[in-house]
Ligand binder design. Structure first.
Ligand SMILES: [Zn+2]
Length: 108
């Protein structure tokens, strides 16, 4: 295998995944939710094939249940619940009702 080949494939996959995600967002904004889902699924599959790590936007802003891109105010509601030490960020997908909760340390 050529030197740096895997790295290049990873880089290309990441670039394409980014474009696919941006496309997915604009499709959902236009009301084509299923097409948006398809774009996201394709991006995830590409990254899996290239053995690349998922970028933050695909980890955080995609519904884990129905693969729709999450856009605040359109396909997701974001709630922040306070605690003394931690805050819990709850994101509810408006398409399937899936709620994902992330606990964060409160910053001063
Ligand atoms: Zn969903």
């Amino acid at each position: 295998m050529r030197r740096g080949y895997k790295k290049r494939v990873k880089d290309l996959a990441l670039q394409r995944a980014r474009l696919l995600y941006l496309n997915a967002v604009s499709e959902v904004r236009e009301g084509e939710i299923d097409r948006g889902r398809d774009h996201v699924k394709l991006a995830l599959r590409l990254l899996e094939k290239a053995n690349a790590k998922k970028p933050p936007y695909l980890r955080r802003w995609v519904c884990k249940n129905c693969y729709a891109p999450l856009i605040p105010g359109l396909t997701v509601t974001v709630r922040v619940k306070g605690d003394r030490k931690y805050v819990i960020i709850a994101k509810k997908c408006l398409l399937c009702g899936w709620v994902s909760r992330v606990r964060c340390v409160r910053r001063r």
